[in-house]
Design a protein around this ligand. Structure first.
Ligand SMILES: [Zn+2]
Length: 77
């Protein structure tokens, strides 16, 4: 996709952790569920109005991280 489209994903702390969502999820209908890169379902409203405290408190989801970086474990046995 063209780089001028800017960010294609966003990180948001939700009760289940800090997950990455497609950027379009921010414009999703508030009543619609949105799915993180790792498959966690959240309410679209949960992506908004997050506080600094929540950002610090929630751990980064490593499954989302791997999805975005494409860094799958090199070792496969
Ligand atoms: Zn995740």
């Amino acid at each position: 996709m063209p780089p001028q489209q800017g960010l294609t994903y966003v990180w948001r702390p939700i009760p289940a952790g800090r997950h990455a969502f497609a950027a379009g999820a921010l414009e999703a209908d508030p009543n619609c569920p949105v799915i993180s890169y790792c498959g966690v379902e959240a309410s679209a409203t949960e992506l908004h109005g997050r506080t600094e405290y929540e950002w610090v408190r929630r751990g980064t989801c490593m499954d989302c991280w791997r999805e975005l970086t494409g860094s799958r474990p090199a070792r496969s046995s």
